[in-house]
Design a protein around this ligand. Sequence first.
Ligand code: NDP
Ligand code: GDR
Length: 326
Amino acid sequence: MKKPRALITGIAGQDGSYLAELLLREGFEVFGIERRATLEATHNFWRVAHIQSQIEVHAGSVDSFPSIYSILKKVVPDYCFHFAAQSFVSYSFEDEFATMNVNVNGTHYLLSAIAQVCPDCRLYFAGSSEMFGKVDSSPQTEETRFRPRSVYGISKLVGHELVRNYRESNKLFACTGILYNHESPRRGLEFVTRKITSTAAQIKLGLAHELRLGNIDAKRDWGFAGDYVEAIYAMLMQPTPEDFVIGTGEIHSVRNFLEIAFGELGLNYLDYIIIDQKFFRPAEEHLLIADPNKAKSKLGWRPKVAFEDLVRMMIRADYDYYMKKR
Ligand code: NDP
Ligand code: GDR
């Protein structure tokens, strides 16, 4: 029997790498899109290096329609998972236009190309809790009003509306996962969780001496990326396309994360932390917390890794990494 074909944009990112592993286990042929510069610098490909021989990665940028169109023509996927994005919220305050360009046009080009080349292809769009922004109520459901407070959030909301429109007007099987923060040892170093675990590990080994952070009283609904790609997969296996909120329903502060991470190494974070205004964000007083009940009842999805275990998993991985590197 012919294997189903799945195309992942941003396959070398955190979620792309976990999803590629899951799809290979499920018997899919897995294809990916990454920018040429990423493919050329092998260190950028570390998250998928162990499965490189089992996936076929095409060089292309999602902010080019011809690039997406020609890759779709070659691959003709049955499923497409759209992760490629400028995903760092902080950077969206620095370069609003680049964020809009990749996140909005990238999604629009992909929808349009799928409608032309392979209209039966099922599409997942990586939406975000940042779409909710300044919320009136917590926790948030699929019905909660969106009031994004960053250009990143706005770009994801436009993507979400484009997905809805192509679903309703072009009859594409397309859905948005509204995902809250999910982390892992494969998280990018600029995000707060990995910044903490990588720096704490280096401090323990004498390779660093301080950790500069912004608002450590900020709170997030943090889960494990490996659990979240299971929800993403389940969304495209549904009989009808629908949007889902995915999160744990629990929040913790950056301070909680610091206590557990440094504590795991026998350190007190207060001895190393420097609060730096450079890492504060404008307009961040909102309380984002998921109500994942729809995903629980319709997808049978539940997060498996608890917050403390996630922090420990990340700190152990970083400690082992820097220990070997030393
Ligand atoms: P990452 O930043 O780890 O991965 C993003 C990937 O997109 C990278 O491989 C990056 O490649 C690629 N990319 C960026 N721009 C382009 C482009 N123009 N053309 C092709 N590829 C490009 O993000 P995550 O895996 O953490 O997240 C996946 C998606 O889910 C993102 O869209 C993110 O916004 C969204 N999301 C993530 C959440 C999280 O907590 N992780 C929560 C909610 C939503 P390169 O190395 O070239 O930059
Ligand atoms: P976020 O994740 O913006 O929620 O976006 P990030 O880890 O960057 O920030 C989380 C919280 O930590 C606070 N913080 C700091 N953050 C960073 N990066 N660096 C610091 O030094 C620092 N100090 C404090 C932040 O203010 C914030 O409150 C992630 C991304 O994966 C998005 O793509 C995704 O859509 C959302 O999660 C849901």
